[in-house]
Design a binder for this molecule. Structure first.
Ligand code: CTP
Ligand code: MG
Length: 232
């Protein structure tokens, strides 16, 4: 897709998990196929990766029954793979389908409005020799841990907390190793978490508010408003 960047230090493959059902969004269509401003989240996420100019190949992981629809939705050259029951299973399917990667970016389709400049910044950090890089935002709310009864068990210092976004970027060998050590259906909510378990250092760079994950109906309203304001 972008042969020039392959020449300067290895092949960058973007894996786009898009096989979730979107239970919290509550629509009948799987979330990645729900439209924001008239274009599906999946198409917007893929377009952002292509626009960044730093991605050689894009692999999307979608529900089995959406493979045909996805081919019509996306530009030619994007590879389509069947995802799995959990996000980790979907990403694993993408890794298996792209053994030639030197760098992986794992980027949620649900972060449909992610600025291409953020994607380029993650890859630039990897090209400087970092092995695992994620975008991070300071949190506005106080975060507490609770027990199963809802009783508060702790209040971590907010200044030390970050909300982590995607794309998450990895040296490909490191991410493959991290996935080898994780079982199928592992409950990890992000890929960097698997790398941390290996004892490897994960770096943060400043994230972008527009890289927010569209999870709930309120998020979708916000995303539609952002696109509407941009177009008017
Ligand atoms: N994802 C995936 N395969 C799964 C589950 C999730 O590829 N089995 C993808 C989603 O499509 C999404 C990203 O991982 O792009 C982040 O997951 P999330 O926001 O939780 O999406 P859903 O799982 O679809 O939503 P929900 O948890 O509300 O059902
Ligand atoms: Mg989910």
């Amino acid at each position: 897709m972008n042969p020039e960047s392959a020449a300067d230090g290895g092949r960058v493959v973007a894996l786009v998990p898009a096989a979730g059902r979107g239970v919290r969004l509550g629509q009948s269509t799987p979330k990645a196929f729900v439209q924001v401003g008239g274009t599906s989240m999946l198409r917007r996420a893929v377009d952002g990766l292509v626009e960044s100019g730093v991605v050689d190949d894009v692999v999307v992981m979608v529900p089995d029954e959406f493979v045909g629809a996805t081919a019509e939705l996306l530009p030619p050259g994007v590879r389509i793979v069947v995802g799995g029951a959990e996000r980790i299973d979907s990403v694993r399917a993408g890794i298996t389908a792209s053994p030639d990667a030197d760098i992986y970016l794992v980027h949620d389709a649900a972060r449909a409005l992610t600025p291409p400049a953020l994607i380029a910044r993650i890859v630039a950090e990897l090209r400087c020799g970092r092995a695992a890089v994620v975008p991070a935002l300071e949190v506005a709310d106080t975060i507490k841990s609770v027990d199963i009864m809802g009783g508060v068990t702790g209040t971590p210092k907010r200044a030390e907390l970050r909300a982590i976004q995607t794309p998450q970027g990895f040296d490909a060998a490191l991410l493959r190793r991290a996935y080898e050590s994780a079982g199928p259906g592992d409950a990890a909510t992000d890929d960097a978490g698997l790398v941390e378990r290996l004892g490897e250092r994960v770096r943060t760079i400043p994230g972008e508010p527009l890289a927010f994950k569209i999870t709930t109906p309120l998020d979708l309203l916000l995303a539609d408003a952002v696109v509407g304001a941009r177009e008017s």
